[in-house]
Ligand binder design. Structure first.
Ligand code: SF4
Ligand code: SF4
Length: 195
């Protein structure tokens, strides 16, 4: 899907981020001093043009161009930036909220399409198992050992004394109910329709 141009809203991006349920009250976004430590430690910045320091600057400037920057989709939420930031800011969290905002307005859904099955696995099995669509890529990366490992995994887990991987019965039903009550399942359906 084409990226959308974002209109000015009456709230600043900083306000929207601070008001987001996921943001802790002491999130240090306004204290960001543009030191660049986040970018210097960011693996996504090392391998692409993504720049968390610059993303935070655009948010502080209420520059909505940040929402149209395809590079912000390269962050993979390792949280290295958050653990190193001297003022308790979290570019990782800011990135998540920006991407959520983009998805909520129908933009860039194609960037999450291949992950939708993760969500369905979570709903069905109570755990976020690897989608089957990733299977061939994993065989390409790890060779024929991967299908063998997948086949032998239940046996290996049994020998190690580990419980079954998927949730069953009451626990699985409880997760399903929580995901439905929180709107997660409906959001998946919506994303699937427009992806
Ligand atoms: S978010 Fe933190 S680490 Fe990154 S530039 Fe701002 S103050 Fe520095
Ligand atoms: S969470 Fe994202 S922005 Fe932060 S260090 Fe990891 S890849 Fe970079």
């Amino acid at each position: 899907m084409m990226e959308k141009k974002h209109k000015k809203s009456q709230h600043s991006l900083v306000r929207e981020i601070k008001d987001n349920l996921r943001a802790s009250p002491d999130l240090g976004i306004k204290r960001c001093m543009q030191c660049g430590l986040c970018t210097s430690n960011c693996p996504a910045a090392r391998h692409s043009d993504y720049d968390p320091r610059e993303m935070v600057k655009k948010v502080l400037d209420n520059n909505l161009e940040v929402l149209d920057n395809p590079d912000i989709w390269n962050c993979f939420y390792c949280y290295t930036c958050a653990s190193n930031c001297p003022v308790n800011n979290s570019p990782s969290l800011i990135n998540q909220i920006l991407r959520e905002k983009i998805l909520n307005t129908g933009g860039n859904v194609s960037r999450v399409a291949e992950f939708i099955e993760f969500g369905y696995n979570y709903v069905e099995k109570g755990v976020g198992t690897i989608p089957s669509t990733f299977f061939q890529d994993l065989v390409d990366d790890f060779g024929e050992d991967y299908p063998k490992l997948k086949h032998d995994l239940p046996d290996i887990r049994r020998k190690l004394g580990l419980k079954e991987y998927n949730l069953k019965g009451e626990a699985a039903a409880e997760v399903k109910n929580i995901l439905k009550a929180s709107g997660f399942t409906q959001r998946l359906e919506k994303l699937k329709k427009i992806a």
